[in-house]
Design a protein around this ligand. Structure first.
Ligand code: FE2
Length: 306
């Protein structure tokens, strides 16, 4: 596959769409455990739209016969950047399908288009969010999620063809490399774990990471960031009270400084819930190479890394 350099740059992680077999469990988990605000105007028995801020639909969960990532929505700074990114994707030979007006409206965006990366991970690009409202209110009184220019958090996705897929995100979507972490494999017969972290055009240390192992859900984890350690701790209390399984205990990451834990939500989707994420100068960032994931903690209950 030939890779083209583009003038377009993805600016942030805009939204995530998950497919789930258990929509009712997600309604409870999203609202009563994660503290997201259900957008009741457009949610129904088949699909949930959760808010984290003024955007109408940051986390979209749809009823389906399988549990799977449907799309990661990457924001472009405007129409010009959006069209440049689409042209760059098409130049690689990847198919791009432009979404219709009603599907764009439910995502809270003006226009979007879907495609797949070289590992087959589904993603969308969009520009210009719509339907913004300044009335975010967490049902658990969480004061805010850390979003805005930093985007809704970060996503880690499987990439067994990690070198080719890294080139795609860097050269076609305009991501910059933040860190390249290698850890010994905890599983016999599997390669060393290699996680490559990328920043979009904003100060969040990474909006995307690629993990070189396959993952049946298509999503290794999604990070949501809150503004204080107390919000992290009280969410951990809710996790314990609800008997949700942890994927990893409380800990602090080396590369992005995130103080977080990982919970396994309905359908097996892992959510990292944290605070203190590192902000960088994304235009002048020196990529790091690491062999250590954590300052402390993050005792993994299953062999899935940061
Ligand atoms: Fe993470």
């Amino acid at each position: 596959m030939s890779i083209s350099v583009t003038s377009g740059k993805v600016s942030s992680l805009g939204y995530i769409i998950l497919l789930t077999q258990d929509i009712d469990a997600w309604r409870e988990f999203g609202s009563d455990v994660l503290g997201l605000m259900l957008n009741s105007e457009i949610s129904n028995a088949e699909q949930l739209f959760f808010r984290m801020d003024n955007h109408p639909s940051r986390l979209i969960v749809k009823h389906h016969d399988s549990n799977k990532l449907a799309a990661i929505g990457w924001e472009c700074s405007g129409k010009e950047s959006y069209e440049a990114v689409i042209t760059a994707i098409e130049t690689t030979g990847a198919k791009v399908k432009r979404g219709n007006e009603s599907a764009a409206a439910e995502r809270g965006v003006t226009e979007y288009a879907g495609s797949k990366d070289p590992d087959g991970n589904p993603f969308e690009v969009f520009h210009t969010r719509t339907g913004l409202r300044d009335n975010f209110q967490s049902p658990l009184d969480i004061d805010k999620f850390v979003t805005g220019k930093l985007g809704m958090g970060h996503a880690v996705i499987p990439a067994p063809k990690v070198t080719v897929t890294e080139a795609f995100y860097k050269n076609v979507l305009g991501f910059g490399a933040s860190d390249n972490l290698t850890l010994p494999s905890p599983t016999a017969g599997m390669p060393d774990m290699n996680i490559r972290f990328f920043h979009a055009n904003n100060p969040r240390h990474h909006s995307l990471a690629l993990f070189n192992w396959p993952n049946p859900l298509g999503l290794v984890h999604l990070l949501l960031e809150v503004s204080s350690v107390d919000e992290v701790g009280t969410c951990l209390d809710r996790i314990h009270a609800g008997n949700y399984p942890l994927m990893a205990t409380l800990g602090r990451h080396c590369n992005d400084n995130m103080l977080s834990f990982y919970v396994i939500g309905p359908g097996g989707f892992a959510i990292e819930y944290g605070c203190d994420g590192l902000k960088i100068d994304s235009d002048n960032y020196q990529t790091t190479v690491s062999t250590r994931a954590d300052v402390w903690g993050h005792d993994y209950m299953s062999p899935v890394p940061a």
